[in-house]
Write a protein of this length. Structure first.
Length: 284
């Protein structure tokens, strides 16, 4: 037969040394990782260490508004006797522990007592047709303004804020491997055109004749020159031996092709030669 296990009262003197490792699950607490089974005799607990505040208010108006809304009082017709009594009870609680904090609340308490006293007095005489001023009017106005600001602050706090409710995502987008040539500036195009005109004037003839030139026809000629070729230098598309009129019509034809996005004008860098290519021909 198995012998009965001795109780804690009957435990031998050396049981305190092995007790932490035997019943670790019932330890009161842990101190530096070691189980603690009884409170030390010299333990000091400050009086306010276990104080619990169920409601936290941001000021006298916040407390007063809380008392009114909690009991569903009409804020336009505040029962001053009940509200003042509850307000003073709360002030007495905080004055016992924090006199500096209670000073601000005592000022509102004095205002409530003054309003309550003025309501007990007969109303002041006013001119005919005018109502006597309600002693609570100024307090009601301040409470309504405070409630509006408090609700606005709550709605503003509910709006997602960067760094608190969300973070900005940053991703890396790999650029296309196909090089993108810089756009041709107007001044570069004008300079190239002046150079073409200068070359055309060097070979011009003095024979005057009338010749009808077609822009559409020269558009087709330019497209045929570009067909099957990736890049053609701007100046190579002009036949200066035929004179200025042909060069002008060819230039107008190129402008029309560029306007209809049939050709592209490009250059490798600023002040570099201008090249022309078909818009639908992929670059390698």
């Amino acid at each position: 037969m198995t012998e009965p296990t001795p109780s804690l009262d009957e435990a031998p003197q050396g049981l305190d040394e092995v007790l932490p490792t035997v019943i670790d699950n019932v330890a009161l607490a842990r101190l530096y990782g070691e189980p603690l089974f009884k409170l030390p005799q010299d333990l000091y607990i400050p009086p306010d260490a276990l104080r619990v505040f169920l409601e936290a208010f941001e000021g006298p108006l916040d407390l007063l508004l809380y008392l009114i809304r909690k009991q569903n009082f009409n804020i336009l017709d505040i029962p001053m006797a009940g509200v003042t009594r509850q307000y003073l009870e709360y002030v007495e609680e905080i004055r016992a522990s924090n006199l500096e904090l209670a000073a601000e609340y005592l000022l509102m308490a004095a205002m409530l007592i003054e309003i309550k006293s003025r309501m007990l007095l007969p109303p002041k005489k006013t001119a005919e047709g005018e109502e006597a001023e309600d002693p609570r009017a100024e307090l009601v106005r301040r409470l309504l303004e405070y409630e509006q600001m408090k609700l606005a602050a709550q709605r503003l706090s509910e709006v997602p804020q960067y760094g608190r409710d969300f973070l900005r995502a940053q991703i890396y987008v790999e650029q296309a491997l196909q090089p993108r040539f810089p756009d041709v500036e107007m001044i570069d195009l004008q300079s190239a055109w002046r150079d073409i005109l200068k070359r055309a004037k060097l070979v011009q003839h003095h024979k005057i004749s009338r010749e009808e030139l077609s822009v559409r026809e020269h558009m087709s000629i330019v497209l045929r020159h570009l067909q099957g070729r990736q890049f053609v230098e701007f100046g190579d598309l002009f036949d200066t031996s035929k004179g200025v009129p042909v060069v002008v019509v060819t230039f107008i034809a190129m402008l029309e092709l560029a306007k209809e996005t049939l050709i592209e004008l490009t250059q490798a860098e600023a002040f570099a030669p201008i090249y022309v290519r078909l818009a639908y021909t992929p670059a390698t």
